[in-house]
Design a protein around this ligand. Structure first.
Ligand SMILES: Cc1ncc(C[n+]2csc(CCOP(=O)(O)OP(=O)(O)O)c2C)c(N)n1
Ligand SMILES: CC(=O)[C@@H](O)[C@H](O)COP(=O)(O)O
Ligand SMILES: [Mg+2]
Length: 640
């Protein structure tokens, strides 16, 4: 970080058009100021920091060289886009990042014309960029598409599907591989090793040789056969054979923090007559901020922090996070069961699989960002008699839905899905909310879908899943900490499809799935205070339903309400379907379903998100009173 001068160059740059007025020699100062501004903003808001710091120079260089927004710049994942937001007219709102009503922590089309494609899930950028490039080609319109994708995101199959198909874009497509040798955790697998070999075996290309190489290789049409030979030669010299084989001109590796190299290289790439081109830049995650550079996770995602010391706000001491309860429970189970294995798709600490990996390194598999592979890999393990736990965030499991259906459910294979971040997730917003898993899993024949009401239940459900060999089973639990209940020393095996009554009443029945149970119990207190005796049941299973319990509750109470932290199509829909099939609706049943609203909810504090979703105790009370046509005092309203 440089000392902040009195007048900032950054103050003169509101958009990339302003940036392009600067002289090349001013760009380093601008980059330094941009880095300082990014650190300062994220210090106040928290968020993804290390990745953005690593692409400060790259961000400046791309906007300097390319004609954004007409040239389409697409950031993969989008978690590294804060410097880009600062340079593209959003500096005045950068301190609202990830706050309710503020800027998104990712790229978002509705936010700016400089975000032509929204993201937050990885490895989509090359496909999307190809779409932009081909559209321009077909319309004979000017404009290139530039995808910036990280080495971690390059592990996903989708990136290769896109590259395999990219030749048609010609010189309109530029892929920049931002290789910082990090994912959230250290990267894994053969591709990562390949990139590391490329970087370690080649010197950074010097400016002079780079420029002349590029000019001669990219500026003139070369005969196809001759060009193929050339590709091999360059591939061997620089190690880019894989990308060359997929139809790219490979350029690199180059130092992604050296603007004197980046600018002329990108200018050459911009002016190339041939393409598509893949530029391999080497960067440091957390670059330029010592606390980030020196930390194990490079400040991938941080709390608010003190900019001088880098010390992050500590979460107040509290109950353990669900992910860690799951990880520890699985470690205990594995002590007596050698068939248990755990799989994560690049989220070892987020899923608690890091704890399992520490205890059982040979039985833990980080497959990289490769959710589809993770699921089918688990299916293979299950088919061979293992007891695989596939631990994937709800939102990322969406990507592997066909694998869930075709490879797991249809074959009735006992893959255990540990689905974290089920429900609202706070600052990451709509892209990361786990809203749909109950809907998309409980609709599948053969599946068992359960959801713990608290961390003790999670331990029981983990045990239940271990012993469930007759088909696929999923347990879904939210982001954040448990409720503080004692954890069982000896886990119970729950009876599949059986719920429990937590509180018995007479007039109102609340049927809860998952951790909204605490709100259901608060609502029951409030309803009792209004003279409405209330039963609260924790159904535990969205599939199979506890039909006996549901029938009893629906037929012996005046009103029944289901509540879940999931979208329409989940528990409520299944209870309604059961009630209809069983003829209970014909008997004048008062049944209401409470669920996530039919909108993509933007980021906010979790407690406010629940308010927006109307899933708190007061909303349960309101729903009950409305169904009973009682006023807010619980007194029956006169009927017209
Ligand atoms: C499909 C999907 N799986 C997992 C994630 C979680 N995730 C976000 S960033 C990231 C690491 C990406 O690494 P890389 O692309 O190298 O970017 P870097 O953070 O190193 O800049 C992961 C695993 C995601 N966003 N999308
Ligand atoms: C960008 C991304 O996908 C991850 O970094 C994600 O934001 C992590 O979320 P958690 O903080 O819930 O693990
Ligand atoms: Mg990386």
């Amino acid at each position: 970080m440089s000392d902040t001068p009195d007048t900032l160059l950054l103050d003169t740059v509101n958009t990339p058009a302003d940036l392009r007025k600067l002289a090349p020699k001013q760009l380093k100062q601008l980059a330094d100021e941009l880095r300082t501004e990014t650190i300062s903003a994220v210090g106040q808001t928290g968020g993804h920091l290390g990745s953005g710091l690593g692409v400060v120079e790259l961000t400046v260089a791309i906007h300097y060289v390319f004609n954004t927004p007409d040239d389409r710049l697409i950031w993969d994942v989008g978690h590294q886009c804060y410097p880009h937001k600062i340079l593209t007219g959003r500096r005045d709102r950068i301190r609202t990042l990830r706050q309710g009503g503020g800027l998104s922590g990712f790229t978002k089309r509705s936010e700016s014309e400089y975000d032509p494609f929204g993201a937050a899930h990885s490895s989509t950028s090359i496909s999307a960029a190809l779409g932009f490039a081909i559209a321009n080609k077909l319309n004979d319109a000017p404009g290139k598409a530039i995808a910036v994708i990280g080495d971690g995101s390059m592990s996903a199959g989708m990136a290769y599907e896109a590259m395999n198909n990219a030749e048609a874009a010609g010189n309109r497509l530029v892929v920049i591989l931002n290789d910082n040798d990090m994912s959230i955790a250290p990267p894994v697998g053969g591709l990562s090793a390949y990139l590391a070999r490329m970087v370690s075996s080649s010197e950074y290309l010097g400016l002079r040789s780079l420029a002349s190489k590029l000019t001669s290789k990219l500026s003139k049409r070369v005969h196809k056969t001759a060009s193929k030979v050339e590709e091999y030669a360059r591939g061997m010299a620089t190690g880019g054979t894989l990308f060359e084989e997929l139809g790219f001109y490979y350029v690199g590796p180059i130092d992604g923090h050296n603007l004197e190299h980046l600018i002329p290289v990108l200018e050459n790439v911009r002016d190339a007559k041939e393409g598509p081109v893949l530029v391999h830049v080497v960067t440091k995650k957390g670059k330029g901020y010592a606390p980030a550079e020196n930390s194990a996770d490079k400040y991938h995602g941080v709390q608010k922090f003190d900019v001088i010391t880098g010390t992050q706000d500590k979460a107040p001491p509290g109950p353990p996070a669900y992910q860690n309860v799951f990880g520890d429970a699985l470690v205990k189970e594995a002590a007596t069961d050698s068939r248990i294995v755990a799989i994560t798709a690049a989220m070892p600490s987020g899923t608690g699989v890091d704890r399992f990996a520490k205890a059982y390194p040979d039985r833990a598999f980080d497959v990289g960002i490769a959710e589809q592979h993770a699921v089918t890999f688990a299916a293979g393990l299950a088919a061979q008699g293992m007891r695989p736990f596939c631990a994937i965030y709800s939102t990322f499991l969406q990507r592997a839905y066909d694998q869930v259906v075709h490879d797991v459910a249809i074959q009735n294979l006992p893959v255990r899905f540990a689905i974290d971040r089920a429900g609202l997730v706070g600052a990451d917003g709509a892209t990361h909310a786990g809203s749909f898993d109950v809907t998309y899993l409980a609709t599948l024949p053969n599946f068992v879908v359960m959801s713990p009401a608290d961390e003790a239940e999670l331990v029981h459900m983990t045990h239940t899943a271990v012993l469930h060999d007759s088909g696929p089973i999923a347990l879904r639990y939210p982001r954040g900490n448990g409720t503080g209940v004692d954890l069982p020393q000896v886990p119970e095996r729950l009876e599949i499809g059986k719920g429990r009554v937590v509180r018995e009443g007479k007039t109102v029945a609340i049927l809860s799935l998952g951790t909204r149970l605490a709100e259901a119990l608060k609502a029951a207190d409030a309803l009792e205070a209004k003279g409405l005796s209330t039963t609260v049941a924790d159904l535990r299973f969205a599939k199979p339903l506890d039909e006996d319990l549901i029938r009893r509750l629906l037929t012996t109470h005046e009103v029944a309400v289901t509540i879940e932290e999931a979208a329409v199509g989940g528990l409520g829909a299944h209870v309604l379907t059961y009630a209809s099939d069983a003829g209970l609706i014909d008997a004048g049943l008062k049944l209401r379903t409470m669920r996530l609203p039919d909108v993509f909810q933007d980021q906010n504090k979790p407690e406010l998100q629940y308010d927006e979703a109307k899933l708190n105790a007061q909303h349960i009370v309101e729903t009950v009173l409305k169904a009973l046509r009682h006023n807010s005092e619980g007194v029956a309203e006169a009927r017209a």
